[in-house]
Structures are given as structure tokens and as C-alpha cells.
Design a protein around this ligand. Structure first.
Ligand SMILES: [Zn+2]
Length: 488
């Protein structure tokens, strides 16, 4: 096989999305599968970890601006702690990995590898909170959790261990906890819309699909190009259930003991899966400049007699961009021709390529090529740093617009069971339908085409649109609007 073939993506995004995704992840150098006998685990390679660090840095900044402090809790949770909150145990039971031995000794109490950390964080928050003056209390941890699901591995979408952040807060009132829940949902929306160029829908999970024990689970959902929805981040209003189970109480201004209201919220590296899946194409990875490890690659094009002046010109530009804070790579490898370099950097998803040959040097310009669509623009050498940021904005806008077009074209309505099945079967995407609120009606759809209710509207206006119509599945009076979709 020649180098060119090894670089190329052979699967089609449109016709073979799953295989195409796996190939992009491998060939763009993002992840490897874990060792034999450990299916469901992946190795995150530096290029993917760099993307995660961008998400992390952005979100961590938003958290810290809004009163969140980072902390770290143990990887293991004693079984008795998990059991204090029965809903959690029930919700995660089949997915919990247990440690039973330390060396050769059997442990007196087995330890769960955290599937989420409410049950180990809440007892400590209970110790830290005494009076209303200690509230609100907000802690976040960047960590990994383990959920031993027996599904097929899909890097960043479905893995037994995954990276995430989990925030946990306590508040004096129900309304304060609700404001917190929405603040975090807003921030998750911003990660997708302002950093990853992916528009999302906001909503709540239906009651039967909430976080175990939660009052309300809110969600942002992103539509993938194959018509499936990704639960892209969730923020839970936990009510007082957890606080009661873990004695998280405070004394109010009248010295009365009150139970706190808590929230938890998490965003995982699934965001990377959505990023890769949404923008990439049959040439490989496509990234917005906001997160790309290299924002610009400079490929000099020379003959023996022009090499020196082209290289010098290119180096000057690279330096200027670097000084301006641009992540820039000058690919001056002698043993590779420009065509090879173009393919390689396209595969790796560098959003803007500068082509610099003798003509560019003579005319004092740079040819800039946009990765998503190959559009090429001539930029003046003067003010090149300013011009490149404009190019970044244009590339970002193109990616966002394409994703938005896909989303807008794929929210449809249905008023009967067959219409739901037919529409999702044919087009994928979201189908809005009047729903009575019964899980059994979702089950009927699930059994037929593996689509579920991914969300119901958060605002009253939208949820009342279908109020008093007939449930599309059973014909009883509808309580709200349901968004049906297949999901990751
Ligand atoms: Zn129904």
C-alpha cells in the first residue's frame, strides 16, 4: 500500500456511518481500542486529549466565573454509601463494577467503582454545610467513571470508562436549585454552540427516564448527520431526596433545621464524539478553529531554486502568527511533496491551510484554503495575523450553518403511531408528537424501531402546543409534546 492509500478514508460517511466514524477516529490519530479482554475501553491519544483539554478549559472557565470550585473524591464508593440512596443503586445496578479483593484479602465491604459520585460527595457536603451562610455550595470534579454496559464500543460515544465532569451543588430553596440547574444547562449549550459549532435542542427527560431520584433532568440534545440524537449534557434538579438520604441540612435564619435542595450536572467526552461525527467528511477529520490543536498549517511549495526564499517567507509568517496566539504548524519536511502534506493535514482536520509558493512571495500574499469546503482566499501578507482570525470566524460559521441546516430540516411532526414510525424510519431526526405521558406509549415505538422519547420541551409554551390533543400512540388525552428519535 502506498502512503497515499494509508492516509485515505475508505468508508463513506453517508452510507456507512458507523465504519466511517471508526476509521476517522483511528486514522486521524484520536484513539485506539483497549487491550484484548478489555472491550469497551479505549486509549485516548494526544490529539483527542488536546480536544478534551479545550472543552475542559472552556467549561472550567465558565464554572469558575459562576461560583464553582473544583475538588476530587475517591474512585471507590463503599456499598453501604451507594445503598443509602436506593434509587441510585437501582438505576445503576447492572452497570456497577465492584472491587472485592485487595491483594489476596477479601474486603469486608465491597467497593463500587464510581458510576457517578452523588453518594460519596453528598455525605461530605453534609459535613461542610451547617447554616444558610454556607449555601450555595458548589463543587465540581473532573474525573472518569465506569459503567459496565455490554454494548458495542464506539470511541467517545460508548465506552465502559469515560472522562467527564460532575458538578454537585446544595441550595437553600427549590428555586435556587432550579436556577442552578438551568445555569449549567446554558453553559452546556454554550460548549456546543460557541465552541464546537453544533446547535442543540434543550429539553427535559420524560419522568421515567430521569436521573434516579431526580426531580427534573434537563438535557441538551445534538442531532448527528445519521439522524440519531446524542444526549450531549445533562443537568439534574435533585429536589430534596438526596439531601434527606444523606442528612444534608442547614439551619435557616430562624435557627430552624431545613433540608437542602441539590443539583448535579455532567458533560462527558461524548462531546468529542459529537464533534467528530458532526463535521468530519470522507477526507477525514474536520474541526472548528476554536478547538483544533493546529489552527493553521503552512505548506511551502518550492523548487530547488526557490526553496530558500519561500521558506524564509513562510517562517516569517509562522512566527508572526505564533506571536499573535495562533496555533500554527509549518510543514517544511523535505521528504514529502505538497500533495501528500495537503492530504495528511486534511485527514487531521486542520481548519485553515496556507499555501505559499514563489508567486505568493513575489506578490506579498498568502493563499488560504478552508478545510471544510476547499474554498481558497488570497490574503495580504500585511496584517496577516488579523486576517487569519477572520478566516477562523468564517470557517466556524460554515460548520455551524451546515449543522444547523441539518437540524432544522430534521424536526418533523406526527400525529399517529404509524406516522411516527414511518417518519423516523424514512428520515431519522426528531419527530414531535402529542403524548399522554405514559411510558408504555414510548415502549411501543421503541419495540418497533428503537426510537425513544429523547426529550420533552422545557418551556410551558411549547409543551402546551399539543395539550388536550390525542396521544399519537394510544389516543388518550395528551399531556405534552414528546420528541421521538433514535439515539446514541
Ligand atoms: Zn399514550
Amino acid at each position: 500500500m502506498s502512503d497515499e492509500q494509508e492516509l485515505g478514508i475508505t468508508e463513506s460517511k453517508q452510507y456507512n456511518t458507523g465504519e466511517w466514524y471508526a476509521e476517522v477516529v483511528q486514522k486521524a490519530g484520536l484513539a485506539n481500542y483497549g487491550p484484548e479482554g478489555m472491550s469497551g475501553f479505549i486509549v485516548t491519544r494526544p490529539r483527542a486529549y488536546a480536544l478534551w483539554e479545550r472543552v475542559q478549559g472552556y467549561l472550567d472557565g465558565l464554572f469558575k466565573d459562576t461560583g464553582v470550585q473544583n475538588a476530587y473524591f475517591p474512585l471507590f464508593i463503599p456499598e453501604s454509601y451507594l445503598e443509602r440512596e436506593k434509587d441510585i443503586v437501582e438505576g445503576f445496578d447492572p452497570e456497577v463494577a465492584w472491587v472485592t479483593h485487595a491483594g489476596r484479602e477479601e474486603l469486608e465491604e465491597r467497593l463500587a467503582v464510581r458510576p457517578t459520585s452523588e453518594s460519596i460527595i453528598a455525605p461530605y457536603m453534609a459535613q461542610w454545610v451547617r447554616s444558610h451562610r454556607d449555601l450555595p455550595l458548589r463543587v465540581n470534579q473532573w474525573a472518569s467513571v465506569v459503567r459496565w454496559e455490554a454494548t458495542e464500543t464506539k470511541p467517545f460515544f460508548r465506552t465502559k470508562e469515560f472522562l467527564w465532569q460532575e458538578g454537585h451543588t446544595a441550595h437553600a430553596t427549590h428555586d435556587d436549585a432550579w436556577d442552578e440547574t438551568i445555569t449549567r444547562l446554558d453553559q452546556y449549550e454554550s460548549v456546543y454552540e460557541d465552541l464546537l459549532a453544533i446547535p442543540v435542542l434543550r429539553g427535559a427527560k420524560p419522568d421515567h427516564d430521569k436521573f434516579p431520584g431526580a426531580h427534573t433532568t434537563t438535557t441538551v440534545e445534538a442531532l448527528m448527520p445519521d439522524g440519531k440524537s446524542v444526549q450531549a449534557g445533562t443537568s439534574h434538579h435533585l429536589g430534596t431526596g438526596f439531601a434527606e438520604a444523606f442528612d444534608l441540612t442547614y439551619t435557616d435564619e430562624d435557627e430552624e433545621t431545613q433540608v437542602a435542595h441539590t443539583t448535579s450536572w455532567g458533560l462527558s467526552w461524548r462531546s468529542l464524539g459529537a464533534l467528530i461525527m458532526t463535521h468530519s467528511d470522507d477526507q477525514g477529520l474536520v474541526l472548528p478553529p476554536t478547538v483544533a490543536p493546529e489552527q493553521v498549517v503552512i505548506v511551502p511549495i518550492w523548487q530547488a531554486d526557490t526553496q530558500e526564499k519561500v521558506l524564509e517567507y513562510a517562517e516569517g509568517i509562522a512566527e508572526e502568527l505564533e506571536d499573535a496566539g495562533v496555533r500554527v504548524e509549518l510543514d517544511d519536511r523535505d521528504e514529502r511533496n505538497p500533495g501528500f502534506k495537503f492530504n495528511e493535514w486534511e485527514l487531521k482536520g486542520v481548519p485553515v491551510r496556507f499555501e505559499i509558493g514563489p508567486n505568493e512571495v513575489d506578490d506579498d500574499v498568502v493563499t488560504a484554503v478552508h478545510r471544510p469546503d476547499g474554498e481558497s482566499v488570497e490574503l495580504d501578507r500585511e496584517n496577516i495575523a488579523e486576517a487569519v482570525f477572520e478566516q477562523f470566524d468564517e470557517v466556524y460559521a460554515k460548520l455551524y450553518a451546515a449543522a444547523e441546516e441539518n437540524l432544522e430540516a430534521n424536526v418533523r411532526e406526527a400525529s399517529s403511531r404509524n406516522e411516527i414510525l414511518g417518519t423516523i424510519g424514512q428520515h431519522g431526526g426528531y419527530v414531535k408528537a402529542p403524548w399522554c405521558g405514559e411510558e408504555s406509549c414510548e415502549e411501543e415505538i421503541k419495540e418497533q424501531i428503537a426510537a425513544e422519547i429523547v426529550m420533552v420541551p422545557l418551556n410551558d409554551e411549547e409543551s402546551e402546543i399539543h395539550h388536550d390533543e390525542d396521544c399519537a400512540v394510544c389516543g388518550e388525552t395528551a399531556e405534552e409534546t414528546a420528541y421521538f428519535a433514535k439515539s446514541y
